[in-house]
Design a protein around this ligand. Structure first.
Ligand SMILES: [Fe+2]
Ligand SMILES: [Fe+2]
Length: 161
Protein backbone atom coordinates (compact mmCIF):
# COMPACT_ATOMS: atom_id res chain seq x y z
CA UNK A 1 0.00 0.00 0.00
CA UNK A 2 1.03 3.63 -0.55
CA UNK A 3 2.02 5.81 2.43
CA UNK A 4 -0.14 8.86 3.23
CA UNK A 5 2.82 11.00 2.17
CA UNK A 6 6.17 10.14 0.52
CA UNK A 7 7.91 11.85 3.45
CA UNK A 8 6.87 8.87 5.64
CA UNK A 9 9.24 6.52 3.80
CA UNK A 10 12.05 9.10 4.10
CA UNK A 11 11.51 9.27 7.88
CA UNK A 12 11.58 5.46 8.13
CA UNK A 13 14.79 5.32 6.07
CA UNK A 14 16.43 8.06 8.16
CA UNK A 15 15.62 6.03 11.29
CA UNK A 16 16.97 2.90 9.55
CA UNK A 17 20.30 4.66 8.91
CA UNK A 18 20.47 5.62 12.58
CA UNK A 19 19.65 2.11 13.79
CA UNK A 20 22.08 0.39 11.40
CA UNK A 21 24.82 2.72 12.62
CA UNK A 22 24.02 1.81 16.24
CA UNK A 23 23.90 -1.94 15.43
CA UNK A 24 27.42 -1.73 13.98
CA UNK A 25 28.70 0.45 16.82
CA UNK A 26 27.34 -1.75 19.63
CA UNK A 27 28.48 -4.92 17.88
CA UNK A 28 32.03 -3.59 17.52
CA UNK A 29 31.92 -2.30 21.12
CA UNK A 30 30.82 -5.76 22.30
CA UNK A 31 33.81 -7.44 20.68
CA UNK A 32 36.22 -4.71 21.84
CA UNK A 33 35.02 -5.16 25.45
CA UNK A 34 35.40 -8.97 25.14
CA UNK A 35 38.88 -8.42 23.77
CA UNK A 36 39.83 -6.14 26.68
CA UNK A 37 38.73 -8.85 29.13
CA UNK A 38 35.29 -7.46 30.08
CA UNK A 39 32.98 -10.18 28.74
CA UNK A 40 30.02 -9.26 30.98
CA UNK A 41 29.82 -5.74 29.59
CA UNK A 42 30.63 -7.17 26.16
CA UNK A 43 27.62 -9.50 26.36
CA UNK A 44 25.36 -6.58 27.33
CA UNK A 45 26.49 -4.64 24.22
CA UNK A 46 26.05 -7.76 22.08
CA UNK A 47 22.44 -8.15 23.29
CA UNK A 48 21.77 -4.45 22.74
CA UNK A 49 23.09 -4.69 19.18
CA UNK A 50 20.59 -7.52 18.52
CA UNK A 51 17.81 -5.37 20.02
CA UNK A 52 18.69 -2.52 17.67
CA UNK A 53 18.78 -4.98 14.76
CA UNK A 54 15.15 -5.83 15.59
CA UNK A 55 14.35 -2.12 15.26
CA UNK A 56 15.99 -2.23 11.81
CA UNK A 57 13.77 -5.21 10.98
CA UNK A 58 10.55 -3.33 11.89
CA UNK A 59 11.65 -0.31 9.85
CA UNK A 60 12.58 -2.41 6.81
CA UNK A 61 9.26 -4.27 6.95
CA UNK A 62 7.31 -1.01 7.18
CA UNK A 63 9.15 0.58 4.24
CA UNK A 64 8.41 -2.55 2.18
CA UNK A 65 4.74 -2.44 3.26
CA UNK A 66 4.62 1.09 1.78
CA UNK A 67 6.19 -0.24 -1.47
CA UNK A 68 9.33 1.77 -0.72
CA UNK A 69 13.01 0.87 -0.91
CA UNK A 70 14.68 0.25 2.46
CA UNK A 71 18.07 1.98 2.35
CA UNK A 72 20.60 -0.38 3.92
CA UNK A 73 23.58 1.18 2.10
CA UNK A 74 23.88 4.27 4.26
CA UNK A 75 25.60 4.45 7.65
CA UNK A 76 26.17 7.43 9.92
CA UNK A 77 29.42 8.26 11.71
CA UNK A 78 30.54 5.43 13.98
CA UNK A 79 32.04 6.86 17.17
CA UNK A 80 34.39 4.33 18.80
CA UNK A 81 35.38 4.87 22.42
CA UNK A 82 38.89 4.18 23.62
CA UNK A 83 37.86 2.92 27.06
CA UNK A 84 34.86 1.18 28.61
CA UNK A 85 33.80 4.47 30.22
CA UNK A 86 34.01 6.35 26.92
CA UNK A 87 32.05 3.58 25.18
CA UNK A 88 29.28 3.94 27.82
CA UNK A 89 29.22 7.76 27.48
CA UNK A 90 29.04 7.60 23.68
CA UNK A 91 26.29 4.96 23.87
CA UNK A 92 24.23 7.15 26.22
CA UNK A 93 24.68 10.10 23.86
CA UNK A 94 23.53 8.00 20.89
CA UNK A 95 20.40 6.85 22.77
CA UNK A 96 19.60 10.48 23.66
CA UNK A 97 20.02 11.44 19.99
CA UNK A 98 17.81 8.51 18.91
CA UNK A 99 15.06 9.59 21.33
CA UNK A 100 15.13 13.13 19.90
CA UNK A 101 15.09 11.94 16.28
CA UNK A 102 12.29 9.38 16.78
CA UNK A 103 10.14 11.77 18.83
CA UNK A 104 10.45 14.33 16.03
CA UNK A 105 9.64 11.64 13.44
CA UNK A 106 6.56 10.54 15.43
CA UNK A 107 5.36 14.14 15.63
CA UNK A 108 5.83 14.61 11.88
CA UNK A 109 3.87 11.39 11.19
CA UNK A 110 1.00 12.61 13.41
CA UNK A 111 1.05 15.95 11.54
CA UNK A 112 0.81 14.05 8.23
CA UNK A 113 -2.08 11.95 9.60
CA UNK A 114 -0.12 8.67 9.71
CA UNK A 115 -0.75 7.57 13.29
CA UNK A 116 0.29 3.96 12.57
CA UNK A 117 3.85 4.95 11.63
CA UNK A 118 3.87 7.46 14.49
CA UNK A 119 3.18 4.60 16.90
CA UNK A 120 6.10 2.60 15.45
CA UNK A 121 8.38 5.55 16.25
CA UNK A 122 6.79 5.98 19.68
CA UNK A 123 7.45 2.34 20.53
CA UNK A 124 11.06 2.80 19.47
CA UNK A 125 11.33 5.91 21.67
CA UNK A 126 10.29 3.82 24.69
CA UNK A 127 12.95 1.18 23.86
CA UNK A 128 15.67 3.83 23.49
CA UNK A 129 14.59 5.45 26.76
CA UNK A 130 15.11 2.11 28.52
CA UNK A 131 18.51 1.69 26.87
CA UNK A 132 19.47 5.25 27.83
CA UNK A 133 18.37 4.62 31.40
CA UNK A 134 20.49 1.46 31.54
CA UNK A 135 23.59 3.32 30.28
CA UNK A 136 22.92 6.09 32.80
CA UNK A 137 22.77 3.50 35.60
CA UNK A 138 26.10 2.00 34.45
CA UNK A 139 27.73 5.43 34.48
CA UNK A 140 26.26 6.16 37.91
CA UNK A 141 27.60 2.84 39.27
CA UNK A 142 30.95 3.62 37.69
CA UNK A 143 31.01 7.02 39.41
CA UNK A 144 30.01 5.63 42.80
CA UNK A 145 32.25 2.52 42.80
CA UNK A 146 35.06 4.02 40.75
CA UNK A 147 36.22 2.84 37.32
CA UNK A 148 38.50 0.10 38.66
CA UNK A 149 35.80 -1.34 40.94
CA UNK A 150 33.17 -1.23 38.20
CA UNK A 151 35.44 -2.88 35.63
CA UNK A 152 36.50 -5.59 38.08
CA UNK A 153 32.85 -6.69 38.03
CA UNK A 154 32.97 -7.06 34.24
CA UNK A 155 35.74 -9.65 34.27
CA UNK A 156 34.74 -13.32 34.04
CA UNK A 157 37.63 -15.77 34.21
CA UNK A 158 35.23 -18.76 34.04
CA UNK A 159 34.67 -18.19 30.31
CA UNK A 160 37.71 -20.06 28.99
CA UNK A 161 37.35 -20.61 25.22
FE1 LIG B 1 16.74 1.18 18.49
FE1 LIG C 1 18.78 1.88 21.75
Amino acid sequence: MKPRDPRIVDLLNEALTFELTIVNTYFLNARMLDNWGFPKLGTAFYELSIDEMKDCDSLIQRVLMFDGHPNVQRLGHIAIGESAEEILRLALASEVAAIAQFNAAAQECHDLGDHGTASVFEEMVRDEEEHGDWFEAQLEALTQIGVAGYLAQQVDVSTVP
